[in-house]
Design a protein around this ligand. Structure first.
Ligand SMILES: [Zn+2]
Length: 324
């Protein structure tokens, strides 16, 4: 019998990545699409087209398709309710895709599926209690509790990026009505704001000179300068790392996880971000949780969502097979 494969699809804020994934979580074929400036119907067309391309190149039977999308969900109705970064609103995404693709479709929040990937074969492998924070433009999160994804009463749980760490802090992003959220203070967007502020305050630093020459104060620039030893860039990452540490302190006190995994683009900064975060947790979280928790970088980089979406679909297809 030919090995059955799954197509995992990660729909990020600006691009879609689809891949044919086998049972060992190896990726065999990939299809990419840009997602900027679309309406909902064009977005769905592009997703269908990318899956078809991956399916044609697969050379094996496709058992199911998994999607990770940056959305809140109402699992009672299978509805993707709202997305900060994509034109998706109150749509029965799984039903629509099942009909258009003619394959079983499983869908969940992109950070949830990234957490699944890390727990199944990444930095949280073997951990029954794990929390993933994925730091990009915003902060997504996935909670693994008692060895399972925790989704809450109706499927909207785990929005840890919107925990408040400063009651009077800056306004949050997108549709979030709150202020002082972890996302407002430790996301890639917050990093850019902090980098711009520090560049202005320290015009003679490497960061200050780069910004004065017209470079955008974005994460990759700050990370590159910090790795080269620029103190202003290092301090920028430390500020963000300390905010992150306050958020992780709350996570550690509430969930007593074995591991907190940090993923997303911003983790390219590595220890320059993680060390200040760990120092804050050591100082502020309660013992004994703080003494045991590991705070580590994610194993899977940009493919975490795609592989996690495949894990979701493997699990879903297996559960349906057993039920039949
Ligand atoms: Zn928020």
């Amino acid at each position: 019998m030919p090995a059955r494969r799954i197509i995992g699809v990660d729909m990020g804020g600006t691009k879609l990545l689809a891949g044919v994934v086998d049972g060992g979580f190896e990726v065999h074929h990939r299809a990419q699409r840009r997602l900027s400036g679309l309406d909902q119907s064009a977005l769905l067309d592009i997703a269908v087209d990318a899956v078809q391309e991956a399916r044609e190149s697969a050379g094996a039977e496709i058992a199911a398709v998994g999607f990770g999308i940056p959305c809140t969900f109402d699992q009672r109705t299978g509805t993707a309710v709202s997305s900060v970064h994509l034109p998706l609103h109150n749509i029965a995404f799984g039903d629509v895709m099942t009909e258009r693709l003619g394959l079983p479709v499983f869908v969940d929040n992109d950070a949830n599926v990234a957490a699944l990937a890390e727990q199944r074969s990444g930095a949280a492998r073997g951990s029954s209690e794990a929390v993933l924070l994925t730091i990009g433009t915003g902060i997504g999160s996935g909670l693994i509790l008692r060895n399972q994804l925790y989704r809450g009463a109706i499927g909207a749980a785990g929005e840890l990026g919107h925990m408040v760490i400063d009651e009077d802090g800056p306004r949050c992003q997108g549709h979030c009505p709150n202020r002082g959220c972890l996302e407002a203070l430790a996301s890639g967007s917050a990093l850019e704001r902090e980098a711009a502020r520090i560049a202005r305050a320290r015009p003679d630093s490497g960061l200050g000179r780069a910004v004065a020459r017209g470079r955008e104060p974005v994460g990759p620039l700050v990370t590159e300068l910090a790795h080269d030893g620029d103190q202003a860039a290092i301090e920028t990452l430390a500020v963000i790392g300390r905010h992150l540490g306050v958020g992780i302190t709350n996570i550690v006190n509430i969930f007593n996880p074995e591991v907190v995994i940090i993923g997303g683009g911003v983790i390219a900064a590595g220890e320059l971000l993680l060390a200040p975060a760990r120092a804050v947790v050591a100082e502020r979280a309660l013992s004994p949780s703080r003494d045991e928790v590991r705070i580590v970088a994610a194993r899977f980089g940009v493919e975490a969502g795609m592989i996690g979406a495949a894990v979701l679909a493997f699990d879903g297809a297996a559960a349906r097979g057993e039920a039949a």
